[in-house]
Every structure is written in structure tokens, then in C-alpha cells.
Design a protein. Structure first.
Length: 424
């Protein structure tokens, strides 16, 4: 720990050694864990709490731990400027005070923060924004941002060839700061999802809710009318699926389902569908909390978790339907297509993705890789078609229903009931 004035540094550390801080006086979980594991004192100098059992550690020990953790991600700016002539182009620079604000964004104990600044010395630190010393999490996030730019503005269909030309990447490539190709970004999303066990099972009998707005008074009540559209009507780009690709969008509660269709001035019909088999989904709504650099964790896990949170945030960002949404949705559509066709969990495909709702805070939305052939049709619909040639108005022709029936070996989405909701 360098300090502009060695005497001042020693003085501040001596002062810190005479003070103690308890678990309740910090907000960062990593620091809480450190204090809880090493508590030796029964009194806290900051909140004044006193007890017979150990609840606090000496502040100078906490200062040393913070210093060690900061040095896992940041370097001394003075030394880097001496060693690297173009450091100003390769690095971002931070004072100790700014760095603590950045790494402890929820810490509101101003006295403790001031003690840390004084004991560490309010000097300059640096972090790499490019190059082989770039932090793993930053490299992964940078790779995702480049992926989005590539998919939106450069190419969408033939980026796997680049991966084959360069060979498969490994962990050492990430540590070296080598930029990831779009195909490698998809691989890392898949690996990180496996690492944090984000593939879960929706049990048979789970209910999902799908909302529809009746157009011009035409009733919406049958499974095919409330379910996914037929291919001829799938003419709009959605967050997970481009125009022409049919998927089943739903939510885990009626309010979220209504909020997702963004129609608040007209009546809405909500259908309750039940899943008739166990299905596997990628659940991005249950990500572990982001881990600060003060939480003991392998670098790869920390970087992957930071990356997944960044990805999920972009996934849940609202997109205006201004004619440009087919471009803004392109990255998440490519990711969804990859999970639908390439990704395997324990050798098997998954059936959908769950993600935080963009329209209803706290709600969860799902996209299931299902079309009309996965909807359980009422017996009278099948009977009317087979005996009388009649088919639902939601299908463009009898041949379309015939194709649905031909594919109905294992339909697994059944409409239980419908309910009409008035406008807000």
C-alpha cells in the first residue's frame, strides 16, 4: 500500500488498529463475510454495539483485506505509467475514493469509507480497458457489446466459420484479453449458464398465462386463438423471435401477461395454459447476485456472473416499436435461436427461456419453443374437421389444421380457462 506520506499512512493505520467494525456496519456481502469469519471483539466502534460474543474485527485488518482485493483488479497508476508509455490510452484511472464508490456502491457508512480512504491513501489506481491485462469480466462484457454491434450492423448468419478458422478458445484466451468472436460469445453464455445451474425444470401442471387483445370485437377464446399464431400471421419481430418464426410467449402471472402486450385502454383476454409434461428452461430470472471483488470467488466465476448480469440487463431493456425494433431485437433473437437449436443440457435440448419482465417489475416472462402443433386441441375441433371439413378461423386453411394434427404426436400446452379483464 503506497502512500504519498509514509508517516501519515502509518498514523492512519495505527488509528484504524484502535477501532473495530462489526458485521452490521457494512453493506457489502464480501466484507460482511470477512468480518463474520474473523470477528474477535465484542464491541463496534462505529455503532457502539457491545456484546459478550465476538462481532467485530480491527479496522486495520479490514483495510489490509480491502487493499488485497482491490489489487486483484487494479494496479498502481504511477508504476503503470512508468512501465507503459501509452498507459493513458490503455487504462482508466481512479482515485481511491472514486474506486471505493465504484466497488462499494451501496456502502453508506461514511465514517468507515473515510477511514479506508485515509488508510489506503487517496492515490491513483488504474484498470485496463483493452489488452492482455484486461479484467475477465470486462473482457466478456466487451465481447457481448461487440457481438451486439456485429449482429446488428455487420452479419448475422455466417459467424461460426470464424471460430473454426481461429480454433476453439479456452480460459487462457479470456485471461489474455483476446477479443471473442460472436460464436465464442454464444459459447460463453452457454458455459456460464451451466456453471451457475440456470437450466431448471418446469414441472408438469405448471400454469402459464398468455394475454390477447380482441381485435374489432372478434372474440378470443379457443386454444388456437389464445395460443401462438400460425406462420402466416407471425409477421412482427419480437424480443426473442424474428418475423416468421413462431414461439409461445407467456408469463407466470396474469398481471405480467397483460403488461407485456402493452394494451391498457382496451379489454384483454387472458388464457391460462397448463404444461402437460416436464420441460427444461433456461431461467435468467434467478441469477445469483453480482459478486463484488470482496467476495472470495474464482476469477472465472466472478467474470462470468458479471457478464450474465450485463447480458440479462440488455435482454430486459425496453425497445420502442418505432420501425427499428427488428434491428434492436436481432442480438437476443440470435441468442435465442442458438439456445433453441445448438445448446444442450445433459445431452438434451431445452424448451424455452425465462427472463425478467420488461413491462412489470418483479414479473417473469417466458418464451417457449412451441408452435400451434404443441397446443392440445379440443376433441370437437378435431371431430368437426375430420367429419365435416370445418376448421377454426384462426387458421388460414384446412390444410394448415391438417398439418397441425399430423404433428400432434405429443402436444403439451393445454388451455384450462380464459378470463376477460377490463381496461386500466
Amino acid at each position: 500500500m503506497k502512500h504519498n506520506n509514509q508517516h501519515d499512512r502509518t498514523l492512519y493505520l495505527d488509528t484504524a488498529a484502535k477501532q473495530t467494525v462489526c458485521f452490521d456496519c457494512v453493506n457489502d456481502w464480501g466484507l460482511k463475510t470477512y468480518i463474520n469469519d474473523r470477528a474477535r471483539f465484542g464491541r463496534c466502534s462505529f455503532c457502539g454495539r457491545t456484546t459478550r460474543r465476538p462481532i467485530a474485527v480491527r479496522c486495520d485488518l479490514l483495510v489490509r483485506y480491502v487493499n488485497i482485493c482491490l489489487h486483484t483488479e487494479y494496479d498502481d497508476a504511477g508504476e503503470i505509467r512508468k512501465a507503459i508509455p501509452d498507459a493513458d490510452e490503455l487504462c482508466l484511472f481512479h482515485t481511491t475514493r472514486d474506486l471505493l464508490r465504484r466497488e462499494l456502491p451501496h456502502e453508506n457508512n461514511k465514517k468507515l469509507l473515510q477511514l479506508l480512504v485515509e488508510a489506503l491513501g487517496n492515490e491513483e489506481w488504474c484498470s485496463y480497458i483493452i489488452g492482455d491485462k484486461m479484467a475477465l469480466g470486462d473482457n466478456l462484457v466487451y465481447g457481448w457489446e461487440e457481438f451486439c454491434h456485429c449482429i446488428k450492423h455487420e452479419r448475422r448468419y455466417f459467424f461460426f466459420q470464424e471460430k473454426r478458422r481461429r480454433g476453439h478458445y479456452d480460459y487462457s484466451d479470456l485471461l489474455k484479453g483476446r477479443p471473442l468472436t460472436p460464436a465464442e460469445v454464444l459459447d460463453e453464455i452457454g458455459r456460464a449458464s451451466q456453471r451457475f445451474r440456470l437450466v431448471t425444470t418446469l414441472k408438469k401442471g405448471t400454469c402459464l398465462f398468455r394475454a390477447r387483445h380482441p381485435v374489432e370485437g372478434i372474440p378470443v377464446r379457443t386454444p388456437l386463438e389464445l395460443g401462438p399464431p400460425n406462420e402466416a400471421l407471425a409477421n412482427k419481430a419480437n424480443r426473442m423471435s424474428p418475423a416468421g418464426i413462431v414461439m409461445f410467449y407467456a408469463s407466470d402471472d396474469p398481471k405480467t401477461a397483460i403488461a407485456e402486450i402493452r394494451v391498457r385502454t382496451h379489454p384483454t383476454v387472458v388464457g391460462t395454459f397448463v404444461i402437460e409434461k416436464d420441460i427444461r428452461i433456461l431461467d435468467l430470472s434467478c441469477l445469483p447476485p453480482e459478486a463484488s471483488i470482496f467476495v472470495p470467488m474464482p476469477e472465472r466465476d466472478r467474470g462470468s456472473l458479471e457478464f450474465l448480469h450485463h447480458f440479462c440487463k440488455d435482454l430486459s431493456t425496453r425497445v420502442k416499436r418505432d420501425g427499428y425494433e427488428h434491428v434492436d431485437y436481432a442480438p437476443t433473437q440470435v441468442v435465442t435461436e442458438w439456445f433453441r437449436t445448438i445448446f444442450r443440457h445433459s445431452g438434451q435440448r431445452i424448451n424455452g427461456i425465462c427472463y425478467p419482465s420488461t413491462q412489470h417489475v418483479g414479473g417473469r416472462s417466458l418464451v417457449l419453443f412451441a408452435n400451434q402443433s404443441d397446443i392440445v386441441l379440443p376433441k370437437h375441433v378435431v371431430s368437426d374437421f375430420l367429419h365435416h371439413g370445418r376448421y377454426p378461423t384462426s387458421l388460414p386453411s384446412g390444410s394448415a389444421l391438417l398439418r397441425v394434427l399430423a404433428e400432434q404426436e405429443k402436444p403439451w400446452l393445454k388451455l384450462l380457462r380464459t378470463r376477460r379483464y377490463g381496461p386500466d
